[in-house]
Design a protein around this ligand. Structure first.
Ligand code: NDP
Length: 283
């Protein structure tokens, strides 16, 4: 019988730890503050930002959401980033992606002060992560590693297969796993023999956005399966990349969708914001 890795419960535990950290900072007169910039009316982005605001409040982090019209220009957005960079009160800056087509997202990310880059997308932070000297850990990969660690699932020496090579999930997760001593294979949409490769994994992570991609015959008996996907099935119901019903019993542990990786991502953002506030006072 598979053990379900309860991301909601684990994220609640972390929330309590973070609350204590915020209280301790408060005693030193420091209130971590996160600035979130949302451009346009995209429905999913609005929900993500609302959730970030809600969780920040629960943790005791002050958050400021700047909601901008879809017509906001590159120059206007850059000006706002520079203002937040210079603002001593703001510890973390997050630009909700994706941005409209007329905005050069790379330029925007590169403009964020790396010390305030709580999403860990700035090239300086990505480089530091690569060499094992991370300032921040990217939120979704960090959430996955927390789930594993708090479920007492070691990655060192394990064969880990990561399906997906995005800059947000697959690639940074692979780097972090390598740094932890796992043997990592990263797959993508061009991978040949995906089934055979996945079936070798002690730990299989899928981050593709393809509902039902990971079927029973792709999973080794007693493997650990982490499902990052957030998709809608034909009935509009939230589901992951894994054919959960058929895969579940074969696994040692598995994350559900919803209630697996999702709640962890937001909590890691809060952790990074607190870290940014602390870092400001170190040195
Ligand atoms: P991207 O679309 O940026 O990347 C998807 C990756 O999956 C690509 O590398 C792509 O390969 C690969 N892929 C697609 N189809 C296949 C296939 N048939 N076989 C093998 N590989 C395939 O997505 P993200 O990384 O941003 O997100 C992935 C999923 O995770 C989405 O469902 C997203 O909603 C979810 N997500 C969930 C989060 C959470 O907190 N739970 C946070 C972030 C994302 P190629 O590069 O060759 O195109």
């Amino acid at each position: 019988m598979a053990r379900i890795i309860d991301g909601k419960k684990i994220s609640e535990e972390i929330k309590e730890e973070l609350k204590s950290e915020v209280l301790a900072l408060g005693e030193k007169g420091i209130v971590p503050e996160l600035a979130v910039i949302l451009v346009g009316e995209d429905g999913a982005s609005q929900i993500y930002v609302k959730n970030k605001e809600r969780v920040a409040k629960e943790v005791g982090i002050s958050s400021e959401v700047m909601r901008l019209s879809v017509e906001t220009s590159q120059e206007e957005l850059e000006k706002i980033i520079l203002q937040y960079n210079a603002d001593e009160k703001i510890h973390g800056i997050l630009v909700q992606l994706p941005l409209s087509k007329h905005i050069d997202a790379k330029r925007i990310i590169n403009l964020i002060d790396p010390k305030k880059d709580v999403d860990c997308f700035h090239p300086e932070n990505v480089g530091k992560l690569m060499i094992g000297d991370a300032r921040f850990l990217p939120c979704t990969p960090a959430g996955i590693l927390e789930l594993l660690e708090r479920s007492e699932l070691l990655v060192e020496g394990k064969n880990v297969v990561v399906v997906g090579r995005s800059n947000i999930v697959g690639k940074p997760l692979a780097v972090m796993l390598i740094n932890l001593g796992a043997t990592v294979t990263v797959c993508n949409s061009k991978t040949k023999n995906l089934k055979e490769i996945c079936a070798q994994a002690d730990i299989l992570v899928s981050a593709t956005g393809r509902a039902g991609l990971i079927c029973e015959d792709m999973v080794k008996q007693a493997a650990v399966v982490i499902d990052v996907g957030m998709n809608r099935d034909e009935n509009g119901k939230l589901c992951g990349d894994v054919d959960y019903i058929h895969v579940c019993d074969k696994t040692h542990c598995i994350t559900p969708v919803p209630g697996g990786v999702g709640p962890m991502t937001i909590m890691m953002l809060m952790r990074n914001t607190i870290l940014a506030a602390k870092n400001k006072f170190v040195i």
